[in-house]
Design a protein around this ligand. Structure first.
Ligand code: UN1
Length: 479
């Protein structure tokens, strides 16, 4: 039994859950404690009691803890990558790269802890000095999704601790093993008891308790729009700070002058790799007439060569979908696209087994063409290996279609024209723009986040992460 970490103690929960490998549903990874509201409140109490001491910790103490966690993640990237791939279903190279990224994130924020921002400046009044400092918030609640079970927790936990906050970490139910492994490393990194707490359990039950507790100063959430709305409402009701990263329906525009290979690679990489289970996935391909047919033909040819198999098998391009529930959601989206008149150009079917006969949640990479902006496939996030193509009349219509969405996380363009790329970069209504690159796969030392319905609150990642995890104090002193 893998237990919750509360006030430095590993505690059983009132119930437990089994963690199943989506590549082979006969494989149970382990049993994990499930907290209830009372146990979560205990964790919040522990984090609250630990907050003053960690707020008073020195930059060097914070650096040493975060640097040690980063070093261990980097040293164990293969082993932890294997666990992540087994639990989440992304391929082994993708999983090891995620653990590597998490290691670098901890190292980056170790450095940030060493250079707190502050300013000393004169007042407009004679004889008065002003000191501007960033102070921690107190307890932060971190709610994370299943699709990046180590990197997303890393990019919330590391800046939270670097800025002097204590943490209650509530990972997604589908990925307790990765979360537990990360928590276990943090438990040995030299943090005072209660500074970092792990609470595994059902999101529907625990999320509201965390968001409503007056001892929690701020919530950082990554997940669905629906849950995000609930978190925002709960935080607003008690004036708590919140940061939300939610869905995407990210466009990739392919213009007539694009390098075909660059465009196909970028589309395949961000549309179908990681089984399309990324908020940064390119799920809408918007293509101008001069390249449309060649692009679709090249894409279909590439999809035919992708190997869908056990996430941990060498040579697998695409692993399974996370679980049965998500597979049903993906299949319903496919069904609806067909009903609405989209043309199924590739895939569309679930496979009950891997090529070797392992039972799992496999889904063919799926492509729809001849879609229109009104279809659900172009409006609602699927979160699976399902991508649509829309034909645009010209460059201007391509940009208009790209922006015709309630989301605004990432937007991509494939073009060899600097002028067209620059125009798109300026006018795309998205937090992140990628030129001749996949929309998925971001750096950790620059801000991450979107516009419109994709994000709320200050940016995550990079030095800008401090804006959410700290608050300014302006102190006036008469000499
Ligand atoms: C990436 O594409 O490198 O859930 C990161 C997601 C994002 C993270 C994407 N929050 O897909």
């Amino acid at each position: 039994m893998h237990r919750n970490l509360i006030a430095g103690q590993w505690l059983e929960g009132p119930s437990a859950s089994r963690d199943i490998n989506p590549s082979d549903t006969r494989d149970c990874i382990g049993e994990f404690a499930q907290a209830d509201a009372a146990q979560l409140r205990e964790a919040i109490g522990a984090a609250h009691a630990a907050a003053p001491a960690w707020a008073a910790s020195t930059p060097l103490q914070r650096f040493e803890v975060l640097d040690a966690v980063g070093a261990e993640l980097l040293a164990r990237r293969q082993e932890l990558g294997d666990l992540l791939a087994r639990e989440e279903g992304k391929t082994l190279p993708e999983a090891a790269a995620e653990v590597t990224r998490a290691g670098h994130i901890f190292k980056f924020h170790a450095g940030e802890a060493l250079r707190p921002e502050g300013h000393a400046l004169p007042s407009v009044r004679p004889g008065v000095g002003i000191e501007l400092t960033r102070e921690p918030l107190g307890v932060v609640g971190l709610i994370t999704p299943w699709n990046f079970p180590i990197a997303i927790p890393a990019w919330k936990i590391a800046p939270a601790l670097a800025q002097g906050n204590t943490v209650v970490f509530k990972p997604a139910e589908a990925v307790p093993a990765s979360a537990w492994a990360l928590a276990e490393i943090l438990s040995r990194a030299g943090l005072p008891a209660g500074t970092f707490n792990l609470v595994m359990g059902r999101g529907l039950e625990l999320g509201p308790v965390l968001a409503e507790d007056p001892r929690v100063a701020a919530i950082s959430f990554t997940g669905s729009v629906r849950t995000g709305r609930g978190v925002a409402a709960a935080c607003a009701a008690r004036m708590a700070r919140c940061q939300l990263e939610m869905g995407g329906k990210n466009p990739m525009v392919v213009l007539d002058d694009a390098d075909l290979e660059v465009a196909v690679n970028a589309a395949v990489q961000s549309g179908w790799y990681s089984t399309g289970q990324r908020c940064t996935a390119s799920s809408r391909l918007i293509v101008t007439p001069g390249i449309h047919d060649r692009f679709v033909a090249a894409l279909v040819e590439r999809l035919g060569r992708l190997r869908v198999d056990d996430a941990r098998k060498p040579g697998t391009d695409i692993g399974p979908v996370i679980d049965e529930r998500q597979l049903a959601v993906d299949l319903a989206a496919i069904e609806r696209a067909r009903d609405e008149g989209a043309r199924l150009a590739f895939g569309g079917r679930a496979m009950a087994h891997s090529p070797d006969g392992q039972p799992g949640w496999y889904l063919q990479p799926t492509l729809f063409t001849d879609t229109t902006p009104q279809m659900a496939i172009n409006r609602e996030e699927v979160f699976g290996p399902v991508v649509s193509v829309q034909r645009a009349r010209d460059d201007d219509e391509a940009l208009a279609l790209a922006n015709d969405t309630p989301f605004g996380l990432a937007a991509g363009i494939a073009t060899t024209s600097l002028k067209r790329a620059t125009h798109f970069r300026r006018h795309a209504q998205a937090g992140m723009v990628m030129v001749n690159l996949p929309t998925a796969g971001v750096d950790f030392h620059v801000p991450f986040g979107g516009r419109k319905g994709s994000s709320l609150g200050p940016r995550e990642q990079g030095p800008q992460a401090a804006e959410f995890y700290s608050q300014w104090k302006t102190a006036y002193t008469a000499a």
